[in-house]
Design a protein around this ligand. Sequence first.
Ligand code: BGC
Ligand code: NOJ
Length: 812
Amino acid sequence: MQYGYFDDSRKEYVITTPTTPYPWINYLGSQEYFSLISNTAGGYCFYKDAKLRRITRYRYNNVPLDLGGGHYYYINDNGDVWCPGWAPVKAELDRYECRHGMGYTKITGARGGLETEVTYFVPLNTNAEIHKVVVKNTSGQKKQVKLFSFVEWCLWNAWDDMTNFQRNYNTGEVEIKGSVIYHKTEYKERRDHYAFFSVNAPIAGFDSDRESFMGTYNGFHNPQVVFEGKPSNSVADGWHPIASHCLEVQLEPGETKEYVFVLGYVENAFEEKFESKNVINKKKAEAMIEKFSTTAAVDKALAELAEHWDNLLGKIKLEHEDDKLNRMVNIWNQYQCMVTFNLSRSASYFESGIGRGMGFRDSNQDLLGFVHQIPDRARERIIDLASTQLEDGGAYHQYQPLTKKGNDEIGGNFNDDPLWLVLAVVAYIKETGDFSILDVMTPFDNDESKSTPLSDHLKRSMDHVINNLGPHGLPLIGRADWNDCLNLNCFSTTPGESFQTTTSKDGRVAESVMIAGMFCYIGDEYVTLMEKVGNQKEADRIRKEVIKMREVVMKDGWDGSWFLRAYDDFGKKIGSNENEEGKIFIESQGLCIMGNCGTEDGSAIKALDAVEERLGTKYGLVLQNPAFTKYYVEYGEISTYPAGYKENAGIFCHNNAWIMCAEAQMGRGDKAFDYYTRIAPAYTEEYSEIHRTEPYCYSQMVAGKDAKRHGEAKNSWLTGTASWNFVAISQYILGIIPEYDGLKIDPSIPKKWDGYKVTREFRGDVYDITIKNPNHVSKGVAKMIVDGKEVQGNIIPLAGDKKTHKVEVVLG
Ligand code: BGC
Ligand code: NOJ
């Protein structure tokens, strides 16, 4: 069942009912000001950091669903109160539509001969969101209605705001000037900032105190002022500051009126820092308000935003007979990659924005999905991440975006972390050809006095693995590798918590076959990079280590039919046929094969067949099997989940992509694409009632075959699934692969495909690539013609002339 449809020409998903199976959200902003908005206008906004600079308030885990707060509009049409986004009043609408597009959301509601359309977006280079409100009288009579806006301020620190009431109920301060409501509460130490909410029309009144607006015991759904049709002109004094304008709107039959609301944030704006603490400098706000004072200016900003996204997404364009595939590759998967770039794992409808900052492994992997869109910002991100690395090559697991400092509370010791940095840097250089990044002096632990060139950081990443090998010569897992819940040394990933105190006599010697696979895969990449920069000695040194690691993997990391997952702290196998539960794990199958372990002797194929047989379901591949049905104290969090959920045999979409890559690498394009379609959102659209989360973005996890709610997704948006699936489809399956010396063409596709076209912008040139598959093979380039001339091999040589080049590829 569907709750809407894709409008590809506008790059929108159009939701046709407010009662989607779960709130379906979108993200506004991609620089410093961000906003989350659901299809019924729920959500909140913040500046840079969802925890430390929260602008509007949201209550999580709320009942009813998605009534935790929002940027709402209310209409009072002669006593009939309703909202264009349906919520929070939930009066039935004659027509409802929500269009989530690239960086904007347009919600339209109609009732009783009145249509109201609200377009929400954050203009480029602006610390504000615009709400363009269009009210149209579709009835035959003159109408006189009241329009109320509404936002509730958060007192900046989102965690403190929801916990420290004894203090915070005393601090709220606002100021009203004309049609602008300023929120100037300060948070503890001086902040030098304020927020404001304005409208470009005279107002009939306002409210800035929540209790006065709603009534003490009312909710968002029945605010007293709105129902009475009379603003109370309340000025907040402590308690809960809000901002609500009331406008009187008179409309002739058929007439339309347009308003521009600006919800903005201003930094460094107190007049005299200490002397006159209450005097804010309104100039910056006034300039923003002025800039967007007409609908023409707003429409222009919207057009600029659309152009911005067209440019970003236009770097890769697929023309395929499968529309679902086109919309995933051309629009939504790339869009989600940008969202994960911006937000990492901080703020979504499943992440509270107060829990996590930017993850080291997460952000490095996210980069693989957006580096082609914004290489400059990828470069900056790499340096930010590497600056939180530690001198021994380890890394802080997370950093806070506002301070860019490593998070001490969480610390480090996740032993896969350092390797992802190497992969990100390799991806960046292959995309841009910018080797100079390797020379950037980069601090350890943000301490400038401890800076070395980035290349040295990469070396230390590799050495961190080599210096931390366990009894079998496999990498020590540390607190956990990619699988946060496999806590084999009995450390929890929650700071301060530990699962048990018993460890083996040597203590904390659990080893990870997954990191071993990563070391081979990323190690090969590192060796090539070192050769490219002429550091043969370093290339040879690591090549030897990779060869050695492959031998160890095949000797002690191979279980006969698939790769083991790990050895626990007591030296017992995990992910082995010998185990009663958790016999086979997905991660080591994907990464060991990507690391070329067992790819020559048939082992890799055996492992992939075992994956299909034991982990396959119609909704994707489960993480391991059989699911744990009891708690294994020596495994940690993984076995605490009910069978079929999360890391305990859920369909963890991130690692499904590694199997797609492995299948494609082994030439099995049919399998690779089959797995792709099992989880790609556009293909889940038709069973949205089961899947439940947005059909236009990946979710982290879908309940596995052991779960009661098999097929139901959770944790949409902020997941490494986005970038890895983009890598899997664009590079491994469609086979358009950035290399140091040019674009490599190496598809691995379903045999039945006749071909497809890809336009790829690469280092300033454009390549128009037509791929033909006359013999219906999966893999192998038989012939490649570039600008009319046949080229040997399958790498398009770099033209470097900023022109468009025609490339014809024949598979066979
Ligand atoms: C979840 C993981 C997540 C981790 C973050 C665990 O409870 O299952 O998916 O990465 O928390 O700390
Ligand atoms: C989500 C975390 O963000 C990611 O870092 C981790 O690898 C996966 N969960 C798997 O546990």
